[in-house]
Design a protein around this ligand. Structure first.
Ligand SMILES: NC(=O)c1ccc[n+]([C@@H]2O[C@H](COP(=O)([O-])OP(=O)(O)OC[C@H]3O[C@@H](n4cnc5c(N)ncnc54)[C@H](O)[C@@H]3O)[C@@H](O)[C@H]2O)c1
Length: 342
């Protein structure tokens, strides 16, 4: 049994707290924290645990083995490092940081303190994405030519106005860093390392510092050409969150609003997985999907030493590096090669 605490009782925290409460045999929620007193108190009272408004105090006072970090993205390294230094394992929401320096400090501290670092990439665990990954791993596509991801969602101005950190370079990043980060992660998880990127981004309608819209063209080391198109301005609501792979012997589009529906699944050769298409489709209650529960199941198994982390710090860093390369290209107008030089 591991004692777990959570920092940041905002929108995504509910997914964490629900998942933790479903895993009672392995995880015991002991404390929650938010700088907004009512949020900390509400969550603490709902789950019957200690609540704090100062995370340092929480880390000092409670007996904690694992901490989940659900604060604004730019604060993840600070909060993760404070926990790691007390020998506490870290589950960081995505993105793990918004700079590579922040990510590296977090990874380094967790290594030094011999604690595990998990970065939440729950979309990889969608039944649809797992099927697609298996098809790639079984080489069912033959030579893969192209991968495309579209994130055509809607975030009204009121979403950005809800809290000060949204749409800022210091704490959030733009639509690539926040909303599309699972998709950037997904395509490099499926295809492999990216060699170079060219991108355009723009702030077309929202009053924010960062981009609400952008496109990137990627060249993967294995020759595959990829594109990612992202906008938070889709009229009138979230329309598509998809990944399409086009190969020599197969074409697949995992679409729906958030890669929750297989729109196209066609291969030259039959595989028993072909019979699982219908049952892999699901209707998520929201775009966060259903992946937090299986994500925590992996955290538990990894902490018991039974398996590897689904997404550890180094794996989480890869998509962060790609997003930063996209930003660098958009800012300079130049093609950017990976890995980035720090
Ligand atoms: N995995 C996913 O699909 C997914 C979905 C949504 C959000 N997220 C990530 O989760 C994080 C939080 O997003 P959100 O939408 O829940 O934001 P939010 O603004 O709703 O919640 C953040 C909470 O952190 C609190 N906070 C800020 N500074 C703090 C501090 N120093 N100590 C304690 N609490 C503090 C805020 O008061 C707020 O309640 C972001 O990194 C975001 O990218 C991930």
């Amino acid at each position: 049994m591991k004692n777990i605490a959570l920092i940041g009782c905002g929108r995504i925290s509910g997914k964490h707290l629900e998942s933790i409460s479903q895993l009672k045999n392995d995880l015991k929620l002991v404390a929650v924290c938010d700088i907004v007193k009512e949020r900390a108190k509400d969550a603490g009272e709902k789950y019957g645990v200690d609540w704090y408004t100062d995370y340092q105090k929480m880390l000092e006072c409670d007996d904690i083995d694992v901490v989940s970090i659900c604060t604004p993205s730019g604060l993840h390294p600070e909060h993760g490092i404070a926990a790691a230094k007390r020998g506490i394992h870290v589950v960081a929401e995505k993105p793990m940081a918004i700079t590579l320096e922040g990510a590296d400090q977090l990874i380094h501290t967790c290594d030094q303190e011999k604690v595990q670092l998990f970065v939440v990439k729950q979309n990889r665990l969608n039944t649809t994405m797992q099927l697609l990954k298996r098809a790639v791993d079984k080489n069912r596509f033959g030579k893969i030519y192209m991968i495309q991801s579209n994130v055509f969602w809607q975030r009204p101005q009121s979403y950005y106005d809800m809290t000060k950190w949204r749409g800022t370079w210091e704490f959030d990043g733009g639509s690539f860093m926040n909303q599309a980060s699972h998709y950037v992660d997904g395509i490099q998880w499926l295809i492999g390392p990216v060699e170079s990127v060219i991108a355009e981004t723009a702030t077309l309608a929202r009053h924010i510092e960062t981009e609400d819209t952008g496109s990137a063209i990627l060249k993967f080391r294995n020759g595959v050409i990829g594109t990612i198109n992202v906008t938070m301005l889709t009229y009138p609501k979230n329309f598509e969150g998809s990944i399409t792979i086009l190969g020599e012997k197969g074409t697949v589009k995992v679409g729906g609003i958030a890669v929750n529906h297989i729109d196209k699944w066609e291969f030259e050769e039959y595989d028993d997985d072909d019979r699982l298409i219908e049952e892999s489709n699901y209707n998520p209650p929201n775009i966060y999907g259903l992946g937090h529960l299986p994500y925590y199941q992996n955290v538990i198994a990894a902490l018991k030493g039974e398996t590897e982390a689904d997404t550890d710090g180094r794996s989480g860093r890869k998509s962060l590096e790609l997003i930063i390369a996209i930003y660098k290209s958009a800012q300079t107008g130049k093609k950017v090669a990976l890995p980035l030089k720090l």
